[in-house]
Design a binder for this molecule. Structure first.
Ligand code: 5GP
Length: 200
């Protein structure tokens, strides 16, 4: 049975990957997995839509009972992808995006080697910093921690299938969408080739 394609989008905090994912969802034909997290909800976030906000005890329970496809600790908070929702969408031949950090991305790749990993980079560290400060979501200590995490995250970029620069939002969205469309198209083509080859 054919399945949908799984895309993982990562990049340091402040690269704008969330906005890129929102735009990709608006284009249609792809679904965004809603992660669970133990981090505090921000004023503009909606429980069950932005994240499923939960506590550490419940999160650990979900790890123990195998309901997480992957999980990671980022800046002292747990984040994880609920397995069932993603698997259901893939089996329903829907294409799925996970917007997750690299530790989780590599755990998914181990389980699902066909996942396509896309890493978004900012044009410069200066711009990354000013985006983090400008969006006003985190205090200075959090911003420092996120910049610190970015150093390790940049070192992981070479392990991704694609690296895309988010200089201009629409250009970045078009590039990522192009990658995704091509993967889906080529996989369909390969499936047809396999069918033909079996009839030879
Ligand atoms: P934020 O606190 O800014 O919403 O997210 C912090 C980091 O956690 C981001 O890099 C984001 O991509 C990542 N993240 C969000 N959900 C998940 C998840 O389910 N699993 C993993 N491994 N990382 C996640």
């Amino acid at each position: 049975m054919s399945k949908g394609s799984l895309f993982i989008i990562s990049g340091p905090s402040g690269t704008g990957k969330g906005t890129v994912c929102d735009e990709l969802i608006r284009r249609g034909d792809v679904y965004l997995s809603v992660s669970s997290t133990t981090r505090d909800k921000r004023a503009n976030e909606i429980d069950g839509v932005t994240y499923n906000f939960t506590d550490v005890e419940h999160f650990k329970q979900m790890i123990d009972d195998g309901s997480m496809l992957e999980w990671a600790c980022y800046n002292g908070n747990y984040y994880g992808t609920p397995r069932e929702a993603v698997e259901k969408m893939l089996y329903a031949e829907k294409n799925v995006i996970l917007e997750i950090e690299p530790q989780g991305a590599f755990k998914v790749r181990e389980k699902m080697p066909e996942a396509v990993l896309i890493f978004i980079i900012p044009p410069s560290i200066e711009i990354l910093k000013s985006r983090l400060i400008g969006r006003g979501r985190e205090d200075n200590e959090q911003i420092e921690k996120r910049l610190d995490a970015a150093k390790w995250e940049f070192l992981q970029a070479g392990r991704y299938n694609y690296i895309v620069e988010n200089d201009d939002l629409q250009g970045c969205v078009a590039e990522v969408a192009g990658i995704m469309d091509n993967v889906v198209k080529m996989r369909e083509k390969v499936r047809r080739l396999i069918d033909e080859a079996e009839q030879m």
